[in-house]
Design a protein around this ligand. Structure first.
Ligand SMILES: [Zn+2]
Ligand SMILES: [Zn+2]
Length: 129
């Protein structure tokens, strides 16, 4: 079965252009899918049908690269692009329908490197350590 996972590098590069496909979204939603600041201002859980690869590094999701969601902006990212957890004062619920909770989370939640960098630049509640 591992033979199936082998990829020709050139083919993988060509796939990048079709990884993230926008499907009939409103303009503001479309912007939230590509603009980190817009995504944080209006967090939305990016559905698996919208993105088959990490929205930060473009790596295709699969067994070797499971998909995670940033609880701050809702982007679908790989594990290497979401190694940090932060206590957030606004966050997306993991359970459907992924409601935005506007209260401090009781525990640190997974965030993408974009959001981690932004949170470090403009501090939010400190993670409990
Ligand atoms: Zn990634
Ligand atoms: Zn994020």
């Amino acid at each position: 079965m591992f033979i199936l996972l082998r990829r020709d590098p050139e083919a993988a590069r060509n796939e990048k252009s079709v990884l993230c496909v926008r499907i009939g979204q409103a303009p503001d939603a479309a912007e939230a899918s590509t603009n980190p600041a817009a995504a944080r201002a209006n967090p939305r859980w990016v559905r698996s049908t919208e993105c088959t690869g990490c929205m930060l590094c473009q790596r295709a999701f699969g067994m070797m690269s499971p998909k995670h969601h940033c609880r701050r902006c809702g982007w679908a990212v790989c594990g290497s692009c979401s190694p940090n957890k932060l206590v957030l004062d606004q966050w997306l619920e993991e359970e459907k329908p992924h409601v935005v909770q506007k209260m401090t989370s009781s525990e640190p939640l997974r965030v993408c490197t974009n959001c981690h960098g932004a949170a470090m630049a403009s501090p939010e509640p400190e993670p409990a350590q």
